[in-house]
Design a protein around this ligand. Sequence first.
Ligand code: HEC
Length: 118
Amino acid sequence: MKIKTRTLLRTGAVAGAMAGALCWTAWAGPADGLWNSNCASCHGKDGKGNTLMGHKLHIKDLTDAKVQAALTDEQATKDIKDGIKENGRPVMKAFGGKFNDDQVKALVAKVRSLKSGK
Ligand code: HEC
């Protein structure tokens, strides 16, 4: 009985550590890197769109609670995967071919985290 409990505890600890490591790689680290190297040129590191491209393309302030409220996760996922066109002209390219689903998910979470006050 004693051994069983200990084995269970150990299995739990290993599973917990693995889940933690997965979370770390899937969410925290790379999303910032992905954002900074692929998105910040237009959206800005802080997401305010306060860049040359941001002004040119009238990019919304992603730290604005109203902008965040109007944007669903589904829409953000679609925007990142399929890109955005304005009057038939692509203003944001499609990243669906570049990133896998986990990376897109991490970027959606990154977009969410830009909201000010968070
Ligand atoms: C070439 C410039 C450019 C790059 C690079 C770029 N975007 Fe965009 N993005 C835009 C434009 C233009 C829009 C449409 C205007 C707007 O909604 O602010 C937009 C809109 C969005 C939206 C929808 C915002 C809303 O409120 O509807 C999301 C989400 C988004 N981008 C995420 C990203 C992510 C994530 C990346 C990097 C993987 C990225 N963008 C890279 C130009 C860019």
